[in-house]
Design a protein around this ligand. Sequence first.
Ligand SMILES: [Zn+2]
Ligand SMILES: [Zn+2]
Length: 343
Amino acid sequence: MRAVRLQRVGEPLSVDEVPRPTPRHGEVLVDIKASGVCHSDLNYRDGVGTVGRLPITLGHEIAGVVDQIGDGVEDFEVGDRVVVHYILSCGRCRYCAVGKENLCEHYAMIGKDVDGGFAEYIAVPARNLVRLPENLPYEQGAILGCAVSTPLHALRRADLKPGETVVIYGVGGLGVHAVQLASRVFGAGLVVAVDVAEYKLELAKRLGADVVVNPLHEEPAERVREETEGRMADVVLDLVGHRETIMKGIECVGKGGRMTLVGISPEDITLSPYKTIIGREMTIIGVNDHLKSELYQLIDLIASGRLDLSTSITHKLPLEEANRALEMLEKKLDNPIRIILVQ
Ligand SMILES: [Zn+2]
Ligand SMILES: [Zn+2]
């Protein structure tokens, strides 16, 4: 089968011919129909995030159809449409026991530590699968696996409450869903979207942002101060992961507010404990991945019409053009939000 693999950090991916995996005990073979291209894939390629081994097939937003069943699998049948939850967890440690498999003591990630979805097939544990309803296209199913679920996890971690003000830094593949979830599902009172790309701000407005701010033209904290009569934000979500956006985001947090870090930054930040954190009782929250249970919640939200993924996917490319997809995402060519590799 074809697989698009990272051979060496810092180099383009290569389209390789590799053996089709065989499902072991408890596993199924998924015939992959759609794989989302995430900003994290750029990080893995560039060495900002470290992959578990080389060569490795990237891709952690995966939807497809069950093609073959390993021994001991009872819950799925050949032909089932599925989404893959990308966290491999042990199911036995103290974190798994309380439903926090993203903190598992034996955590591994599909598409980072083991081969992922930029391929024709993948063998995964059956317990990593979630059924995809018939009316949900594979492309939308794929992005449930990261771009939609991670912002849901972030807003739950941030404990965003109805009526509160939320500032969302970065309206890309994750941000478009953070805006929708904040406004339509969590019932935020004021949703402020911040991005340097005008096309993303236009989309954010259509998806429910009350205020959009381009920091190239306007100071976000000043605008938030105006909009909130000085109270500032209850929740700030940083989906970008640059030192500058994090520091600018922190300026937007009000008294008792929660600064929520999602974007991955290799850079250190420096904060004054008293002036920045203690005085206003600010909470800083880290967000790592999401939970399988959140995939079920999202499928229900889509079924009830409260979440609409129809504008999330801007491009579909064949699997072989994974490098082109990464380049488009990196350089924002042709205004991408989420790019899907179809196979
Ligand atoms: Zn991702
Ligand atoms: Zn575990």
